[in-house]
Design a protein around this ligand. Sequence first.
Ligand code: ADP
Ligand code: MG
Ligand code: MG
Length: 873
Amino acid sequence: SRYVFPFEQGRASQRELLGGKGAGLSEMSYIGLPVPPGFTITTEACNLYQELDHFPEGMMDEVWTHLTELEAKLSRRLGDPQKPLLVSVRSGAPISMPGMMDTVLNLGLNSATVEGLAALTQNRRFALDSYRRFIQMFGNVVMHMEHNRFEHVLQEVKDAAGVQQDPDLSEAALEDVIDRYKTLVRSETGRDFPEDAREQLEMAIKAVFDSWKNPRAIVYRRLNKIPETLGTAVNVQSMVFGNMGPTSATGVLFTRNPNTGEPGMYGEYLTNAQGEDVVAGIRTPKMIQEMAQEMPKTFQELTDVCRLLETHYRDMQDIEFTVEREKLYLLQTRTGKRTARAAVKIAVDLVAEGIITRDEALLRQDPDQVARLLYRQIDPAAELDVLAQGLPASPGAASGKVVFDADEAEARGNRGEAVILVRPETTPDDIHGIVAAQGVLTSRGGMTSHAAIVARGMGKPAVTGCESVRISLEAREFMVGDITVHENDVITIDGGTGRVVKGIVPTVEPGLSEDFNTLLAWADEIKTLGVEANADTPEDAQIARDFGAQGVGLCRTEHMFMGQDRLPAMQAMILAETLAEREAALQKLLPMQQEDFYGILKAMDGYPVTIRLLDPPLHEFLPNMAETEKALAQAQQEGRVDDVVRLEAILRRSRVLFEFNPMLGFRGVRLGIVYPEIYAMQAQAIFQAQAALLQEGYHPVVEVMIPLVGIDQEFIRMRDLIQQVNEATQQRTGLDLPYKIGTMIEIPRAALTAGTIAESAQFFSFGTNDLTQTTFGFSRDDAESKFLPHYLAEKILTENPFMVLDRQGVGKLIEMAVHDGRRTRPDLKVGICGEHGGDPSSIEFCHLAGLNYVSASPFRVPIARLAAAQAFL
Ligand code: ADP
Ligand code: MG
Ligand code: MG
């Protein structure tokens, strides 16, 4: 065979060729689990089909050959009126795309075989129900008729018969449904519903191939970066029936809880139902635990199967099953999608169970997903106006305006509005709306509904199956009890608990779980790259330390001048016309700075704190010029003389300080060169804080960092200045005040002359934000708002270089500077600060380039620890 392989010939390793579903069915057959037999048409055939626009030569012949074998094995034949074989035709790409492509069940039914099925099973009602499902699915998936058209007919018949649920329909009513369905098909498509079973099969295979190119699948692939070239396989599988009465059922489950990672089966099932019923959210299913009472034997079997599958695949699985008159069949298995929290817990538990190693547990974490663990949750102390309780389908808290339509959610979400998409149930067609919304709320559907799976994958909060919410799409409102919530009213959903709350509620940052800490401790044992944090306040330093940072890699001092009590002193310093005036103003700032440094050094006691001296241009501390002019005019008019004098001074100074391009202007070390008294004051504050802590018995580790150096002489002058201040402070305090002095490398010239700079600098810290700006010649804000999106869309750049370090250009400068710097000074300490320090790919680069540490924002510290370990492994 070239294009078709029976399940018993495939293995799990053949995902590419057989698709995930095909490979899973094959592997389960191989390990002896009960899988209804069938065969897989390969992704290669699909790709050829896309290329040729028709089935590849010989493919259908192979299908018929394997069909004949299947028929022989089961002693049934497709289209045989006495002993009909029914099959499902199921799509399955190499990477799972839940609900994005199409599947047809019960294929092979026609007006003759339906009677054969009725006779064989002695259950005519069941046969008719299967037939009407088949027409509906085939009509929708293969003949492209709208799903709703069928639902409408079904509802009409149910209303006429006065029944609520599908299983309550009588045989006569079902016959009526079938007739009406056929009439509908004829009037909408201009042809009869196909009677010939082989024609049905051929059409269905083609439709599955075509579904690879349907719009929602394309959107899903773009979103999840799945290559277009993979193609989908088609699985033709003999049917088993969950809709044969109360001892039959169908369900979906995870072998462990995908939200929390807790051990034990987690899923849902429906008795007397067929596959799609569970995920479609039409009937709300029962929790799998109820099966322990309702079908104890099957429940036990399922429990055993879960253990076997987990041990075999060495990971949590997501399975689909059907019970036909008490006999269990497995219809699908795949590695289960899970929340970050669950991913951590499951990995740690699997290590404890001896199923995987620590290294594997670490490598299995997606650092970006783990980042979500640090997402917001509703403040437990908050008073909540809880409207309703649904199922906790995807954790996290989100607030937004209620919107009832996916297109509108997309449009408004993309405009930057916070919206919550509220739907009776979501279909895969709503995916674009979910992407743009803050979260999703549905009134129907379980925790394995499409809405839940899609939201979890995107890390979006979701609450599903919230049945007390009655939605009126026409009136654009929903009711809970007698409360009405209109479109545009604000609600908050809590996907961790399933609560729906009125209005905006306070949220809190969550902490690290015990399992997460276990995992991170393993990471720390393995990684060689240090992880420090960017922290400007004692509070941030403490958070960073709690998250495992071993130092502050960047303490910016400019924010310390921004507070209400400090800005006037800072402005006085800037407005000073003489050195004496400036020094007087600086003396006022000194104790405040000292207090900041004291707090940060104390919070990081025993670990290095790298303090960067003043960096931004001075005019950032002065009020906006246009506003000052206005205020001046007002003061003049009202004759407030003192204000006039003050505002005139500010304006005069602002005009002097005005710069055309502040980013490349009078900032960084250039300030220190022109106004050495500023840096001297900062150094004095640092060393006095250090002295105070030493006297109290602490162990401050001080590193002073000079920003924006490009010329070795700039650095040397500042080094000497700091050294003088240090010596003076030592003399005054009688204490030994050791420190290191180093520089940021954020100007290409600094990287190019790193060998020389390292003669006087004891450490380097790559300021990759500025280094990226100056290497590309991009101003960050202008780039990101004007042309960078275009560059990314046109693939001129594949990543935003401000988020993912540009290895080719900026990276080359870094490698060169590390190399040249260490040649001069072998023990040169080298690190990175800037956004990139928290980005996993950039961290990997830092590891490879031989840096000593990365410095990330406090909440990224756990991610950096993990990424540093992964870089090592
Ligand atoms: P999806 O990729 O959307 O999950 P599937 O191909 O898995 O689509 O089919 C959906 C559901 O249809 C399955 O979960 C299962 O319940 C049902 N189904 C598919 N094939 C069969 C079969 N051979 N017998 C019984 N039910 C089936
Ligand atoms: Mg599908
Ligand atoms: Mg499935």
